[in-house]
Design a protein around this ligand. Structure first.
Ligand SMILES: [Zn+2]
Ligand SMILES: [Zn+2]
Length: 344
């Protein structure tokens, strides 16, 4: 690969998008993308806690992401906010910013940055498969593609979501007296699983743990149909027998779930593809339902965006860097800190 470093007057992508302790910094626009510490100006790709934090000065994000942040952190989560619709461009300093759908959760976006005739796409978290709760990932041709690598190993090949949901419904039908408790992350996974259940024809009320109510309401306010929901209170455990209960992962592991009538513990997460993790969590029915791209989707995405350079971050950088190089891409790992594997 030709290198342009040292050639006077030639802009390198790493001269205008770089890693700082606060996060990924766009110098011509003087803003950070998904900063992990409070900064004056932030572009936030989506509402998960490792990307969207309270305490920034100005926050630029989709209206949905801003609504999610306000619901989680309170209306004063930032000094000021600006909503940007998908596809709408904005000049920020000497950079241009636009947001493209990432297909990850409601409001999730890729940050498309332009400066000096170059385009860098910071994809945030993304997936490529059908999700009724958000528009699909849009491949944006670019000079540099910054990709996540959460499930970037060939062992991570997620099955069809419909197959996993069919297993859930089947287990429920075969155990009419037991309570089927499914661990779901509060933002995104919960609402997506509800939509997938409805698409599979499950139309009975689903009971939800109190910690999931606020974000389910928010999704409904944004036009996402979740079907009939009822509160899941342990006090009423006989009423929950024979029904599906959604609860945060923390609740399925503790006494909350064990007080239910003869519970079957399930969990919906990309990590459920790792049998050991399911066992550690005491999960009887692991459901591999992920809001991240699997190995094949990551490679397909590199082909689709066609970027000659790829920077790989938060996850298993090594394997994806190696595979990308094999595709003739100038790939390298970008050492960003502060991204957890929560909410995957
Ligand atoms: Zn996320
Ligand atoms: Zn993330």
């Amino acid at each position: 690969m030709e290198t342009v470093s040292g050639r006077p007057g030639t802009l390198r992508p790493e001269d205008w998008l770089m890693v700082r302790p606060e996060g990924l910094y766009c110098s011509p626009g003087d803003f950070f993308i998904d900063p992990t510490r409070p900064v004056p100006r932030a572009v936030v790709t989506h509402g998960h806690g490792d990307h969207a934090r309270a305490g920034h000065g100005r926050v630029l994000a989709t209206a949905e992401t801003l609504a999610i942040m306000a619901r989680r952190y309170g209306a004063d989560f930032a000094a000021s906010t600006q909503a940007l619709a998908y596809g709408e461009g904005l000049a920020v300093g000497d950079a241009r910013v636009r947001l493209a759908p990432a297909g990850h959760i409601l409001g999730s976006a890729q940050a498309v940055l332009e400066h000096g005739g170059q385009r860098i796409v910071v994809s945030g978290d993304y997936k490529r498969r059908h999700d009724p709760t958000c528009p699909p990932f849009e491949p944006v041709p670019c000079d540099v593609f910054v990709t996540e690598a959460t499930f970037a190993l060939p062992v991570f090949r997620h099955p069809d979501d419909r197959h996993e949901v069919a297993r859930l419904i089947d287990t429920h039908r075969r155990n009419p007296d037991r309570t089927l408790v499914v661990g779901v992350y509060a933002l995104g996974k919960c609402q997506r699983l509800l939509c997938l259940l409805r698409e599979a024809g499950y139309d009975r009320p689903v009971h939800i743990h109190g910690a999931l109510e606020g974000l389910c309401d928010l999704y409904r306010e944004h036009g996402i149909e979740l079907g009939p929901l009822l509160p899941a209170t342990v006090a009423d455990k006989q009423a929950l027998a024979g029904s599906i209960v959604l609860a945060p992962p923390g609740a399925i592991a503790d006494r909350w779930a064990r007080r239910l009538a003869d519970p079957i513990v399930a969990m919906a997460s990309g990590w459920m593809g790792v049998r050991q993790r399911a066992r550690q969590r005491g999960v009887e029915l692991p459901l591999v339902i992920s809001d991240h791209a699997d190995w094949d989707e990551l490679l397909a995405t590199l082909r689709d965006v066609g970027a000659p350079r790829v920077w790989v971050t938060h996850g298993r950088e090594e394997a994806l860097v190696h595979a990308a190089r094999g595709m003739g891409i100038d790939a390298r790992a970008l050492a960003l800190v502060g991204f957890e594997e929560d909410e995957s």
